[in-house]
Write a protein that binds this ligand. Structure first.
Ligand SMILES: Nc1ncnc2c1ncn2[C@@H]1O[C@H](COP(=O)(O)OP(=O)(O)OP(=O)(O)O)[C@@H](O)[C@H]1O
Length: 643
């Protein structure tokens, strides 16, 4: 460790600038620092750092909103701190102290209701530039469960590494990372089959692909046994050796785990009560006259203090001694040269206020490449998720057969025209409910992965959204076709190519509109709320479809409802496909009365005009595009709102 910091201090301080043009005081290493353990060995491609980053934060406050008219709550109170490069830093504190909030702010994930300044290498942070050289690994492992370790890595490499890097180099990097993280033996195991520790390591491996200079990890040891915990922390420690700054939150580390960290930052109710090296924690406690009892783990003791077990005055005294994080007295002497290099600038300087919503240029590869890789991943997932794929095919075939048996031959029987009308509406209901509910139930699960990958700059939201739109088309078309063929033939609809094509087009459009509607709900609400809202919001669509209460019978002040009901256009279009286009008289058994043997009379009675098919298709297409755009806007809003 010593070597890293001393060597880093010899770095040329002059001609450095960030990508945004912000002049650094220094920090960019011209040649990578070679540590003694690496000398004479072939260097890993991914471990060579272009620069080191020193993080300083001043007067950070965060106020959470408690909801409409419920006021606010201050979580972080004017805290300060310094995280030099090449250090493994633990943010410790009792539950609710504000550890995750601080990590969210430092990583740039949380941007609203935050005040104070974050500096990188002595100058106010440019968030866009900072995000390009950092990553944030959140507490829950957000992995693609159906992809193997190596597939997950391959996708990450294809999205995060620039196009100049060829396949061989990518594979070399992947193999090196997998080996370093002892994941090489599980390369062919699906992520769903990995142990907790392996999943955690895979989460780290995925973000290591593009060699970040700063890594933030929220509780990387949660849920791991003690041996996996120390394995994970030792690995992080190794990663700091080249000059990375690694910051993680941790609840209450054991004594052995605690001493693996270089530096510790202790929070109590949003205030800093200690900042310095792990070794200096005991002297600090002695200095503030609250010495750690013999044979007591200092980490446990400081957490007990932070939990107010020794009274709130003790916390106040310690916050005062640590100057709420301003004091650097208890840092290890080794880091002094690095600390001196970026002496705190003018504390009143504001952090660069670039457009925080601007995501352009953050990704490493072109939009086309992002779409290609995301479609590849989507294809593998669909292929692997056989239960869902077969279930979708099976449900369409079975429901088709059931309805076909129930309405056997109704399409060609003058006595059953009203039954057939019921069937046509049931077909639309099937398409609407099955597609919408599937999207509402599956999309929220994808959201957490999307939030992580999008924040870590794997892809743009536009390309993700486009891939989600495209990837489902083939399976939706196949399901709809199977259903349509079965139902069309079993229920004896007119065997004319044109009519079947029209019937299929309307079915497909209703499927896609319902899917967009589900996407809109799924983008904003969780599964429980979405499951309630989806069907509830569909009721007005059914009411205004013109089925039951015909369009002629709708009160004038409610007629607007029929314009926004996509089922109205679906029903009109599908009825036109079966009974429009001057369909001749329908067969009527001699001994029976057929009220609707003339299709025109039927169309008149149900208030459906013939020849509206084209208009209905246009109306459904407009609804489809409108809902897709609204769903995209809501998704974008959701991604910003969580920050
Ligand atoms: N959006 C919010 N609305 C209300 N309270 C919030 C919000 N975000 C955070 N808090 C509160 O802020 C405090 C700090 O939360 P944070 O998640 O940062 O704590 P933590 O130290 O990471 O806790 P843990 O170790 O249990 O994860 C908690 O009391 C939490 O309830």
């Amino acid at each position: 460790m010593e070597v890293v910091m001393h060597e880093a201090s010899t770095v040329n301080d002059e001609n450095n600038s960030s990508e945004s043009g912000v002049k650094y005081n220094g920090g960019s290493v011209e040649k990578p620092v070679i540590l003694p353990q690496y000398e004479g060995t072939e260097r890993s491609t991914f471990t060579k750092l272009e620069q080191t980053i020193d993080i300083q934060f001043e007067n950070i406050c965060y106020t959470a909103s408690l909801g409409f008219r419920k006021g606010t709550k201050q979580i972080l109170h004017d805290i300060n701190g310094r995280f030099p490069p090449g250090q493994l830093i633990a943010i410790m504190g009792p539950s609710g102290a504000g550890k995750s909030t601080l990590l969210d702010i430092l990583s740039g994930y949380r941007i609203r209701r935050v005040s104070g300044t974050v500096r990188t290498n002595g100058v106010p942070r440019n968030l866009k530039t900072f995000r390009k050289s950092s990553c944030y690994i959140q507490q829950d492992d957000r992995l693609q469960p159906l992809l193997t370790t190596s597939e997950n890595m391959q996708i990450a490499a294809d999205l995060k590494l620039p196009p100049e890097i060829n396949k061989t180099e990518k594979n070399k990097t992947i193999n090196e990372i997998l080996k370093l993280l002892s994941l090489d033996k599980t390369a062919r195991t699906k992520a769903s089959g990995l142990s907790g520790g392996q999943r955690k390591r895979l989460s780290i491996a995925l973000e290591l692909v593009n060699n970040p200079t700063v890594m933030f990890l929220d509780e990387p040891t949660t849920g791991l046994d003690s041996s996996s915990c120390s394995q994970c922390i030792k690995l992080l420690k190794d990663l700091t050796l080249e000059g990375r700054t690694i910051v993680c939150t941790i609840h209450q580390p054991s004594a052995s785990l605690f001493q693996l960290f270089d530096q510790v930052y202790v929070l109590a109710a949003g205030r800093c009560l200690y900042q310095g090296s792990t070794k200096n924690l005991v002297p600090f406690l002695e200095d503030v006259k609250h010495p750690c009892p013999a044979y007591h783990n200092p980490a446990d003791f400081v957490i007990e203090i932070a939990c107010e077990e020794y009274g709130s005055e003790v916390i106040d005294e310690m916050v005062k001694a640590a100057d709420n994080g301003k004091s650097l007295t208890y840092f290890n002497k080794d880091v002094y040269p690095a600390l001196n290099r970026y002496l705190g600038g003018n504390a009143t300087t504001e952090e660069n206020q670039e457009d925080l919503n601007d995501e352009t240029g953050l990704q490493a590869t072109s939009s086309m490449n992002q779409l290609k890789v995301l479609l590849r991943r989507g294809y593998i997932k669909t292929k692997r998720d056989q239960t869902l794929t077969y279930m979708r095919l099976g449900v369409n075939a079975i429901v088709g057969l059931m309805l076909g048996t129930l309405y056997w031959g109704a399409g060609n029987d003058g006595t059953k025209v009203l039954d057939n009308y019921n069937l046509l509406f049931s077909i639309l209901m099937h398409h609407m409910m099955s597609t919408m509910m599937l999207t509402i139930l599956t999309f929220p699960n994808e959201m957490s992965i999307l939030i992580k990958e999008h924040f870590n700059r794997w892809y743009s939201l536009k390309m993700y959204y486009l891939s989600v739109t495209l990837i489902d088309i083939p399976i939706s078309v196949v399901c709809c076709f199977i259903f349509s063929v079965i139902i069309y033939y079993t229920t004896g609809q007119p065997l004319e190519e044109d009519r079947f094509t029209m019937f299929f087009i309307i079915s497909m459009l209703v499927v896609f509109v319902a899917q967009s509607f589900g996407l809109m709900v799924g983008a904003v609400f969780n599964v429980i709320n979405g499951t309630f809202l989806g069907p509830t919001l569909s009721v007005p669509m059914m009411m205004f479809a013109g089925f039951g209460v015909t369009l002629n019978d709708l009160p004038p002040y409610l007629y607007w409802g029929s314009y926004i009901s996509y089922l109205r256009y679906g029903l009109e279009g599908i009825v036109d496909a079966i009974y429009g286009m001057d369909r001749p008289t329908i067969y009527c058994p001699e001994d029976q009365y057929c009220h609707y043997k003339y299709p025109k009379k039927f169309l008149q009675d149900v208030a459906m005009k013939a020849g509206q098919f084209g208009n209905d298709v246009i109306a459904l297409l407009i609804t489809l595009f409108f809902l897709r755009i609204v769903a995209y806007v809501l998704l974008r809003y959701k991604l910003m709102a969580v920050r």
